[in-house]
Design a protein around this ligand. Structure first.
Ligand SMILES: C[S@@+](CC[C@H](N)C(=O)[O-])C[C@H]1O[C@@H](n2cnc3c(N)ncnc32)[C@H](O)[C@@H]1O
Length: 356
């Protein structure tokens, strides 16, 4: 296999096409050049060595980052591809330490090829990897990637019909436990707004990746709760939920003792409560929903986390609205932590704040 060592700082990243222009503008500020579309919402970009972890976070719209150490022009459809690729990757990374190996395909339809390549690669590096990771653990991480430690040093291989890329990263550095950043979530109640529930589950995972664990947050205020996808997830986790919405909540949720539903405009919600966390999924103009949510932070315990979904109605106004929202929370003593375009966020991003 003809290999090219990456002397420059080449990255492979996943960005939703709707937000590509804003992402490009942001990353260009940090010196991004030679943008290349690789298809299926993946791009490669060259960044100089001064590109930091913080810059990476500030670009917001990258769901996944892979530092490319080697790339090969390949034909994945050619016979012998798996063997050649597995041997080539294993040889190039023989001096590197890693505790897991993952392979993903840019085109989802080739995921079984990726799985087969991973299987073969694990066989080739078996002696080396079983010294640091047991076969049982490797199987567990295959089934549940979110069980990996956030700093799990991982050899990641990405494949397309024409090219193979490989590099070493961790789920934390890459921005996702899931190779390529595509996170499919089975939710416990398909009937009620499953995408909302999926973005809630993904938010918690994303926080965990950033060393914030909300498993002990048992009291939640939920703004914009109807029809109840997130309320249902919280209720299943034995949390107590104060759910507010102008619209109706699923009637089965109303019967639950741990769900207190307030059918009203969120602006009028006033109760003597203290909660550990707030999830805000209000639709409508984002500056308004941010003001409403920031006001409700009076109910939040110190160091409590706010998960706020910023619905992006106008890409042109993104930067202004973003600044407004961050300031609105800052004025109520809520520190902006970071923003992320979760896989289950469509025309929105998720912002995380911490009450001071
Ligand atoms: C995206 S939906 C929420 C989905 C919900 N989180 C779930 O898990 O099923 C947005 C909700 O915000 C509610 N909403 C928007 N503005 C509101 C306001 N000022 N007061 C109360 N509810 C509001 C809407 O009625 C709508 O149900």
């Amino acid at each position: 296999m003809n290999m090219h060592k990456n002397e420059a700082n080449l990255w492979l990243t996943h960005v939703s096409k709707d937000f590509f222009p804003i992402w490009k503008e942001r990353i260009a500020k940090f010196g991004g050049t030679e943008f290349k579309s690789l298809g299926h919402n993946f791009y490669s970009v060259l960044l100089d060595k001064s590109f930091t972890k913080e810059n990476k976070t500030e670009t917001i719209f990258s769901r996944y980052w892979l530092p490319v150490q080697y790339m090969w022009p390949t034909k994945s459809t050619q016979s012998g591809y798996i063997e050649k690729c597995a041997q080539g990757v294993a040889a190039k990374f023989s001096d590197h330490k890693f505790t897991n190996v993952v392979v993903f395909s840019l085109d989802r339809k080739d995921q079984s090829l990726a799985s087969n390549l991973r299987g073969r690669l694990l066989q080739v590096v078996k002696d080396k990897i079983t010294k640091v990771t047991s076969p049982k653990l490797l199987t567990e991480w295959t089934k549940k990637p979110n069980m990996q430690p956030a700093r799990n040093t991982t050899l990641v291989v990405a494949i397309s019909e024409k090219c193979t890329w490989a590099g070493i990263t961790t789920p934390q550095e890459a921005g996702s436990y899931f190779a390529g950043g595509r996170r499919y979530i089975g939710v416990s109640n398909e009937k009620i707004a499953s995408r909302a529930a999926a973005k809630f589950v993904e938010s918690l995972e994303n926080l965990q990746l950033n060393d914030i664990n909300l498993s002990q947050a048992k009291k939640w205020l939920e703004l914009g709760a109807a029809p109840g996808g997130i309320t249902h997830e919280l209720s299943e986790r034995q949390c107590e939920i104060w759910a507010v919405d102008k619209a109706d909540l699923d009637k089965n949720l109303l019967k639950k003792q741990n769900v207190h539903f307030y059918k009203m405009d969120a602006r009028d919600f006033k109760e003597r409560i203290h909660v550990d966390s707030i999830f805000c999924d209000l639709n409508g103009p984002s500056p308004l929903s941010a003001d409403i949510c920031a006001d409700k932070s009076v109910y939040l315990n110190k160091n409590g986390i706010i998960i706020y979904t910023f619905k992006i109605h106008s890409v042109e106004k993104f930067n202004d609205d973003f600044e407004y929202i961050v300031n609105s929370f800052k004025n109520k003593a809520c520190k902006f932590l970071y923003a992320y375009h979760l896989y289950n966020n469509k025309q929105e991003i998720t912002l995380f704040f911490k009450k001071q």
